[in-house]
Write a protein that binds this ligand. Structure first.
Ligand code: HMG
Ligand code: MG
Length: 298
């Protein structure tokens, strides 16, 4: 018995574009957000409030957040690693903020320049401030199956991080396979570890597709009842601190699979393919999703 409906957060504007060498102007990002919401996406991860020295691609966070035309009912989320990020983000009125930690110590250091324990100390006041302001809080958990620096990650370490996130008041969490090394049974173990601290409705799957496993991993997560997923339009992206890792599963491919299974997403696949074409045209490449390629060759 699979879930009858799935909610997708398109993370393309953030996870996707944070890793692009070609500078993408704010108005193109705004155009992408517009096309995603027109296609029926109910959640969009728009940008991050991180150091522009670390991730210059997201330095235009304010321009994008203040320039986009919001659609009622759509939840717009942004990444905030610390109070400085939160203080800038709150002025731009996100619906949800995302604190992002890692199950691996080495990745925590490379990505956010602190240990797991220190990251939780930095997140705690951000979570408090967001909840007090009526802004929802999600926690992203990187490297829940594998780490580019430490190799395989045990489920116990995922449970440990999930417990810390729960302890500071994070409302829901993403089980992220940052470098796309996961396979279905390992992903299930990571989800079960997370489920020691969060209900299944508050767990989402965030699978990068480096080894071509993301849809299989999604199916494995669906079997456990997970019905929230992150994906990236046109399969854009990767993480600047995870060398060689490719983008998230393409939203087009995820929606195609879910529609074929009779699972409701509220998303119009043709409009989604157009959104993928729009950003791929700008970047000067063919759309990377399998669905877009299949439709082009038809
Ligand atoms: P730090 O150097 O330890 O921070 O960086 P600091 O507090 O010592 O400050 C150093 C400088 O950064 C100062 O500026 C601060 O003002 C500035 P300076 O005096 O040198 O000019 N600064 C900031 N500027 C803007 N916004 C901020 C901010 N904080 C400090 N919020 C920090 C710590 C976290 C800021 C840094 O390590 C950073 O920005 N890292 C980038 C992290 C990132 O964006 N990674 C990619 C996203 S995560 C991801 O992709 C994984 C995910 O998709 C899930 C998955 O797939 O695994 C979510
Ligand atoms: Mg990611």
């Amino acid at each position: 018995p699979y879930p009858s409906r799935v909610r997708i957060i398109d993370v393309g504007p953030r996870d996707g574009l944070q890793n692009e060498k070609t500078p993408v102007p704010a108005d193109i990002k705004i155009g992408l957000v517009q096309r995603l919401q027109d296609a029926g996406l109910q959640e969009i991860e728009v940008t991050s409030y991180v150091s522009p020295k670390w991730v210059p691609q997201m330095a235009d966070n304010h321009a994008v957040m203040s320039g986009m035309a919001r659609k009622a009912g759509v939840r717009y989320s942004v990444l905030t690693p610390n109070l400085k990020g939160w203080e800038a983000a709150v002025l731009d009125k996100p619906d949800e903020i995302v604190v992002f930690g890692a199950a691996s110590e080495a990745f925590s250091q490379k990505n956010i320049n602190c240990s797991i324990a220190e990251s939780i100390e930095r997140f705690a006041p951000v979570v408090d401030a967001a909840l007090a302001a009526g802004v929802a809080v999600r926690g992203a958990m990187s490297c829940t199956v594998g780490c580019p620096y430490e190799g395989e990650i045990a489920p116990e370490r995922v449970a440990y991080l999930a417990g810390l996130m729960r302890g500071i008041g994070v409302q829901r969490v993403d089980v992220a396979d940052t470098i796309g090394v996961g396979t279905p049974l390992k992903v299930q173990r990571a989800i079960e570890a997370t489920a020691q601290h969060f209900g299944i409705d508050d767990i989402s799957g965030h699978f990068h597709d480096t080894y071509g496993q993301a849809l299989s991993n999604t199916l494995a997560a669906l079997e456990l009842g997970v019905w929230n997923y992150q994906s990236s339009i046109a399969g854009l992206g990767g993480c600047p601190y995870a060398k060689g890792a490719t983008g998230n599963v393409a939203t087009e491919d995820l929606v195609y699979m879910l529609q074929g299974m009779g699972i409701e997403t509220g998303i119009d696949l043709d409009a989604l393919v157009d959104a993928g074409q729009y950003i791929s045209d700008f970047l000067g490449r063919k759309p990377q999703s399998r669905v877009a390629v299949a439709l082009l060759n038809k």
